[in-house]
Ligand binder design. Structure first.
Ligand code: LLP
Length: 431
């Protein structure tokens, strides 16, 4: 039977055990150990297609740039490449991985902030499209190379997001170019010989209502209009960024994707006609929406500890493996993968193995009675899970498995203790 905790239809309860697209979670941990990220390929494809089709039905020229930072696994990139996705990269490393996964450079848009000159050189040599974030970056880029096509990241002064750290536009944001400087950027680029242009924004992440997207799009298209008026620049594409949220907490409703597409495309088409902007590609850059609910983190219970105040469940994944709860106070659904039919009867704090009091994956969570050796599944862990993991406390990073219709394959082996030595040298005087 399907699980009530997730929108992912490939999560199933078979006799009380969690199956992920036909594969037993118990078999996976038996084979690959814990902590273990599991990704369901069919869910990734489904999420991509649902969004693409909702937009494409309403406007011919649509591009989805998968935001790789959410999950840069090579297999994930390959899956999206095969779907026809474009890619949003924020570092030379993401460009490198995308190229390795088969994306051609014309399908990659680089958006960086505080970019080094040697990184700009790498981007130019790779042939990706660059979305500039500051006049300083633009000046330095044009000294290296004048590209045929260039995009400018605009701060539309409207930001939104699930946490202060995830709001990427507005007065306090370090990202994008402020209104008054936008025209300077395009003028400078045009005079230098750039022929074709894009305009981009990204207002924030984890947004579950349509209004902020509409308000910011209205602002951005208006800025595009002024640029066209002033400089006679035509836009190849307008990129409204990522940010579509997904429900994590009970009671949170998913964003209605049809309504999102309907409203946003309607506004887009009206404004590009009204402002005589031609027919630029309509672009967005979702990360979380594509990959979040396709990923599950499996973690083993080591310890159950009771104090006069709390019941702690000690597991083998901490904020080294999944940092979102510690970093943003984020809620992730947690289930006991081997006891899906047991009644919730105890309230626990779920604690990781790190020597930090903040290393908690959840607090005050009502779950079935948990024993050592039980397996917890942390849901909605596909986005910003592995990609934000670390080696803190000298813990090797965990492995990743891809599942598809009863089949599975290890796509990233877990690190070993030896990996902790990689790249380290002992100076001669300590030898
Ligand atoms: N485009 C740009 C330029 C971005 O900076 C981001 C995310 C995206 C697209 C994709 O946003 P999404 O569709 O995934 O919301 N670590 C945080 C999220 C940080 C997002 C940073 N930028 C979290 O775990 O919630």
């Amino acid at each position: 039977m399907p699980l009530k905790f997730s929108l992912n239809p490939y999560l199933e309860d078979r006799d009380g055990v969690l199956y992920i697209d036909g594969v037993s979670s118990l078999e996976l941990v038996d084979k690959f150990d814990t902590p273990l990220y599991v990704l369901a390929e069919r869910r990734i494809r489904e999420n991509y297609r649902r969004l693409y089709e909702a937009l494409r039905r309403r406007y011919e020229k649509v591009r989805i740039y998968y935001s790789a930072k959410a999950n840069t696994g090579l297999s994930v990139l390959k899956i999206l490449e095969s779907e026809g996705s474009y890619l949003d990269a924020v570092s030379p490393g993401e460009v490198f991985l995308a190229l390795k996964a088969g994306f051609t450079s014309d399908r990659i848009l680089f958006t960086g902030t505080s970019v080094r000159n040697d990184e700009l050189r790498y981007l130019v040599d790779s042939g990706v499209t660059i979305n500039i974030d500051s006049l300083s970056q633009l000046r330095r880029l044009l000294k290296i190379h004048v590209p045929e096509v260039l995009s400018v990241r605009v701060n539309p002064e409207i930001g939104a997001g699930h946490h202060e750290h995830c709001i990427t536009a507005g007065r306090n944001s370090k990202f994008g170019i402020w209104d008054a400087d936008v025209v300077k950027a395009y003028r400078y680029a045009k005079n230098a010989g750039v022929k074709r242009f894009g305009m981009q924004m990204h207002i924030g992440s984890g947004i579950l209502t349509i209004e902020p997207f509409l308000l910011a799009a209205e602002k951005l298209l208006n800025i595009a209009y002024h640029i066209r008026e002033e400089l006679d620049v035509k836009f190849d594409f307008v990129d409204l960024g990522g940010g579509i949220g997904v429900p994590y907490k009970p009671g949170e409703k998913p964003l209605d994707i049809d309504l999102y597409a309907e409203n946003l495309i309607k506004l887009y088409v009206e404004r590009i006609n009204e402002y005589d902007l031609g027919e630029p590609w309509f672009c967005i850059e979702p990360g979380r929406y594509i990959i979040c609910d396709a990923g599950i983190l499996l973690t083993l219970v080591n310890t159950v500890k009771t104090t006069p105040f709390k019941k702690f469940v000690g597991v083998d994944a901490g904020f080294n493996t999944l940092i979102r709860p510690a970093m943003y106070g984020s809620y992730h659904p947690i289930i006991v993968a081997n006891k899906l039919r047991s009644k919730d009867e105890e309230v626990y704090d779920i604690a990781g193995p790190l020597c930090e009091s903040g290393d908690l994956l959840a607090t005050g969570r009502k779950l079935p009675k948990i024993s050592e050796g039980d397996l917890l599944a942390i849901l909605n862990a596909g986005a910003y899970g592995f990609s934000m993991s670390s080696n803190y406390n000298s813990r090797p990073r965990c492995g990743e498995v891809l599942v598809k219709d009863g089949e599975y394959a290890l796509v990233r082996r877990r690190e070993h203790l030896e990996d902790l030595l990689r790249g380290q040298e002992i100076p001669s005087w300590l030898r």
